[in-house]
Design a protein around this ligand. Sequence first.
Ligand code: PHE
Length: 452
Amino acid sequence: MEQKRDSFSGKLGFVFAAAGSAVGLGNLWRFPYLAAKYGGGIFILVYLILAITLGFTLMITEIAIGRKTGLSTVGAFKKLDKRFGFIGYLGCIVPFIITPYYCVIGGWVIKYLAVFVTGQVKAATSDNYFSDFIARPAEPLIWFIIFAALTAIVVMIGVQKGIEKASTILMPILVVLILGVSVYCITSPGAMEGVKYYLLPDFSAFSATTVLAAMGQLFYSMSLAMGIMITYGSYMKKEDDLRGSVRQIEIFDTAIAFLAGLMIVPSVFAFSGGSEEALNKGPSLMFVTLPKVFESMTFGGFIGATFFILVLFAALTSSISLLETNVSIICDKFGMDRKKSTLIATIYVLVVGGLVSLGFGPLSFIKILGLGLLDFFDFISNSVLMPIVALLTCISIGFFVKPQVIYDEVEYGGRKFKEKKFYTIMLKWVSPICLILILLFAVSEAMGWIKV
Ligand code: PHE
């Protein structure tokens, strides 16, 4: 059964809403810690190259598929070619893996917001503050439940309009604040070395892991290879400029990630000495570093609180689009109404996310492939499933459905597809080959067949 879909009001509305989904913890929390860990400048370089090649190709493809069919993932692939419905199903698994742990981190953001609002910044600057916090059984669980509940409430009430409006106002404020804070950070004593580390590529730090990490991050950050952009594309108006919108979303998403890194990585040098250990903090990096930065500022408590409110908002617009995807999958698949589906999706998120949250404390003995629960879910989605979905998307569209379908969509209304040749080569050859190589590498590494 085909439903009538709402369209976003004009191109800017679509760009902002898609950017609201794309810009989130991936940019603010995940990108900086990966950049710090994988050699700074070299990671940024690899990421940028991937963004303008693979990222561009996939996003154009997904949004075009969505707009062409007017359907979300499973339906969209089926409509293009009956045999490919399974790619849609595979893509659907990803949001189910990401949403629970996304909400756990969202909970950490609320916790830090509370820390700043209640003036406990000083305590939060101590090195063990964060690790002690996540190791407690109940506290992180409570913040996680609050975040998941906030997300669920918005989804329950029905969203698109709300997301669109709120992101239009809050995103620009977030950008200005990050800009301000990063200027402060890079001018702090000792930060220069960090700026160099962040901006100048050190080619000796390059390895296949850098590419794997950057690629997983690209999918995650741009909400690619999981059907979300297909769904967003299905809401896009026919007369809007698809190619231009993709460019804008990409630039916006990358710029925010880049700035977030510029704020956090040099601070690691200025406030924690830039040792290997300090750079290798992984998921905790933002929470360990930023309190030190804000504590050193005049009005830091206020600025920090404002910052975490905006991060919370960015995280919510993303988690909403994640949960929304889960809900619509349950709705479509089991023919349930929206309320029931939201309830089921939320219960699922609470159970799995609860385990992830406890995985840092009472359940920390659980290790899969040598990884803790959060890192395991993160690995399975970003380094395994998403490359597979991306690969299948490229091959199915490139060789079976044929790229003409995408050209028609991009060129609709007499628009130009300037990168058509480049796009085609990327879609049919370069992307699939790179994706296969990187997948082989990811699996070998996880299985311990190779050591890096
Ligand atoms: N792209 C979002 C981020 O960067 C995360 C996300 C992934 C959101 C998938 C929706 C869907 O945080």
